[in-house]
Design a protein around this ligand. Sequence first.
Ligand SMILES: Cc1cc2nc3c(=O)[nH]c(=O)nc-3n(C[C@H](O)[C@H](O)[C@H](O)COP(=O)(O)OP(=O)(O)OC[C@H]3O[C@@H](n4cnc5c(N)ncnc54)[C@H](O)[C@@H]3O)c2cc1C
Length: 413
Amino acid sequence: MDFNDTAAEASFRNEVRAWLAANAAPRVGAEDKFGDGLDHAAYLAAAKEWQARKAAAGYAAIPWPREMGGLGGTPAQQIIYAQEEARFLVPSLVFEVSLGTALPTVAMWGTDEQKQRFLAPALKGEDIWCQMFSEPAAGSDLGNVRTRAVRDGDDGGDDWLLTGQKVWTSGAHFADYGIVLARTDWDKPKSKGLTMFIMDMKAPGVEVRPIRQATNDAHFNEVFMNEVRIPDTMRLGAEDQGWKIMIGTLMQERFSLGEQFGGDLYNRLIALAKQVRWGGRPAIQNDNVRAGIVDCYLRQFGVELIVKRGMSAISRGESPGPEMAAVKLVGARAFQTGGALAVELGGAEGLIAAQDLGQQWALPQTLWLSGAGARIAGGTDQIQKNTIAERILGLPGEIRTDRNVPFRDLESG
Ligand SMILES: Cc1cc2nc3c(=O)[nH]c(=O)nc-3n(C[C@H](O)[C@H](O)[C@H](O)COP(=O)(O)OP(=O)(O)OC[C@H]3O[C@@H](n4cnc5c(N)ncnc54)[C@H](O)[C@@H]3O)c2cc1C
């Protein structure tokens, strides 16, 4: 296995580096982050402006064909771009769902009219998208989705009316459109009667309620739909084909999430442990602290190697395998345990006033607080372990007794 760039990849990396250097400020300290002091509206505007600039240079969706607004490049080039961009101060967490899952789903399953209408504006940063799959009673098993989509009128009109509730919808409070999974046939088994739609988030009947998190951010939301009218032209794929489309979206999500779990938290921990004194000596000299840092390093190094392995597969034109499940499983745990060590190093202040002590303290605390969510988002630890058990270790699959039962006959509540 060769983890080095090919000659073509190295040349692309140089090209990207030069473009980034001309268009963004480099990240000097590990703690630097884009947008300090910007309020939410100003941050959003800056993110849209950056996205437009990337689109103009062809870097908004590198592997996509040029007619769809991409560069006609390779998935490996997309990863190289992401690696290089991480060295610069640019906005983040605004277009991740749009580019990581929603738009690839529209590109894959959309009609020509849908692609024409939605892809280019979203790549240019004009529209933001969210993904509405999870519900209060449907998360790990999306076969339990109960949001109802019915044809308008007895004779089956050309519109659909959607009623139900989604939850944990990242970015719904600033999204313009979303892909939404709804049940269209209650007499078919759980995975068979689902259909995917494109929903205008500003349509009458849509109510978005942000959920405030322990970090004080409100990153995700509840979305209530009360007879939201969706024209049949906004159906994504065939009726009752939603399960297949959703599986494809989740495969995209796992890989795009995987890229976020590397990093150098261990370096930050080393710096903090040198700065803090415990019992009259630098905390770095404490055995438990050193063991905690080594643990974090090993987890993050493991993640880096698996991501490189996935990238190497992509570079050869293959798909990354089920081992990508381990990236999130190990990487999110590294955030949580490494962040906990930083909080412990900070003592009482580390817990209460980390935000006031500067980025070197605030960031690990944020990782600690969001680590639990990272272990759930995009498939929980247990679901990743099931994937590893079944698809890597070849252990028997879960016993499922509800596979062929009509959805309306399944117990609920
Ligand atoms: C930060 C964050 C962002 C998110 N963003 C979005 C978004 O944008 N759009 C969206 O649709 N959803 C989003 N989600 C929801 C996320 O996909 C679900 O929370 C996740 O799939 C788990 O579903 P659940 O919360 O319903 O838990 P459940 O599925 O109810 O699971 C509860 C517990 O049971 C365990 N469990 C369930 N099934 C099994 C099994 N078969 N074997 C072993 N254990 C099992 C789980 O591991 C978990 O510990 C987000 C979640 C988070 C935390």
